[in-house]
Write a protein that binds this ligand. Structure first.
Ligand code: KG4
Ligand code: ZN
Length: 353
């Protein structure tokens, strides 16, 4: 054991016995640089997010090199802001949590290196957090009474999973997309409709004035009893619809296309996740990930779950898309549950749950 490991193992023992401590969390897996201070598992004292959306918008998607550079420029300021807003300094921080995957490797490395630097300089315990586990944990912050086990639908820009959450750090994948993630499909279809990046929220807004039954669109495996989904055929169907209309000079109502596409995505997500929740039998269905900000999905999932006697949970809007509070919550439970990371922690772009 080197000096750092010795100091940190004693600190960890103390923190675990006192149960309440101050944790600084950092998130930089994609296009948001975020930091947050938590004073217990579910108490968020401050939260700072710098979004890079305006930097990537002109390219229609996230440019990894631009993302990494922006994280480098912003991370110091974002951490400082989170500490100031919490009325704390690094002296008050007892542990550091950081997203170590999955995500863009260059972007992840900025957060991981920064967190390791802080942990070493201050001789603090460190924990690497899985980004998907973070999205799931966002629900613990919003619902103080929510406890595992439950089934969770995680729908974000990079992932669409149905997960059985057995305990705070115990996950079993029971379904996933075979191709595009739900958010990715929203973004790609939005692009074809001429909407800016990230397309999800813009498409949802456009769909408000459309007829969701105007076009007969369906996601893959929709009628099959398996819990996996597929969105790439649906995306191609929308692209073909738009191209055919263009070639024949027919004017398509874009709001109708947006609403019909959204209905197709929501239909399949609702059917599969409610089926999964019924099969698992925990009586709870949880929604997480960036797409959980979609109001149609939130509402339909709630109605469908409650019709089957299943309690439904989704995060408050501010915790739906990428943030560091959710990473802090997952990290807190990890530390209390006996986990921690060494200074060899590395970014893993394909980290599994
Ligand atoms: O979780 P997140 O912030 O980043 C990843 O981990 O990927 O999710 C971002 C994704 C994007 O694809 C975005 O278009 C989608 O979430 N999203 C939405 C909405 N808000 C964000 N999709 C549909 N409707 C929304 N309101
Ligand atoms: Zn995310």
């Amino acid at each position: 054991m080197n000096r750092y490991e010795q100091v940190v193992s004693e600190k960890l023992e103390r923190l675990r016995s006192q149960k309440k401590f101050n944790l600084l969390a950092i998130e930089s897996s994609c296009d948001e640089t975020a930091a947050s201070v938590l004073t217990s598992e579910r108490e968020v004292r401050s939260m700072a997010v710098h979004t890079q959306i305006p930097l990537h918008q002109r390219y229609g998607g996230v440019v990894p090199e631009i993302a990494s550079r922006s994280h480098v420029e912003r991370i110091g300021g974002v951490v400082r802001y989170a500490l100031e807003d919490a009325k704390m300094s690094m002296e008050d921080i007892d542990a550091v949590a950081v997203t170590c995957g999955p995500g863009l490797v260059g972007a992840l490395l900025v957060g991981v290196s920064y967190a390791k630097g802080l942990a070493f300089a201050r001789q603090l315990p460190l924990i690497g957090v899985n980004h998907i586990a973070g999205h799931i944990a966002a629900n613990y912050i919003s619902h103080k009474e929510l406890e595992p086990p439950f089934v969770c639908l995680v729908a974000s820009g990079g992932h669409s999973h149905i997960v059985e959450v057995g305990d705070y750090s115990q996950f079993r994948l029971i379904g996933c997309t075979r191709d595009d993630a739900a958010g990715e499909a929203f973004d790609k279809v939005a692009r074809v409709l001429g909407l800016p990046y990230p397309g999800g929220p813009h498409l949802e807004k456009l769909a408000l004035s459309g007829d969701e039954n105007a076009f007969s669109l369906h996601a893959g495996f929709n009628a099959k009893p398996i819990l996996d989904f597929s969105f790439s055929g649906l995306k191609t169907a929308v692209i073909n619809l738009m191209h055919n209309a263009e070639q024949t000079g027919r004017e398509l109502n874009k709001a109708d296309v947006a609403a019909s596409f959204q209905r197709a995505v929501v239909d399949t997500l609702v059917t599969k996740s409610v089926n999964a929740a019924m099969e698992a039998g925990h009586g709870k269905l949880v929604l997480a990930g960036g797409v959980s900000a979609n109001t149609v999905l939130r509402n339909r999932l709630r109605v469908a779950a409650e019709a089957k006697g299943i309690a439904f949970y989704c995060p408050e809007m501010k915790y739906c898309t990428d943030n560091a509070a959710m990473i802090g919550c997952a990290g807190y439970y990890g530390l209390l549950g006996g986990q921690s990371s060494s200074l060899n922690l590395n970014a893993n772009p394909a980290l599994a749950l």
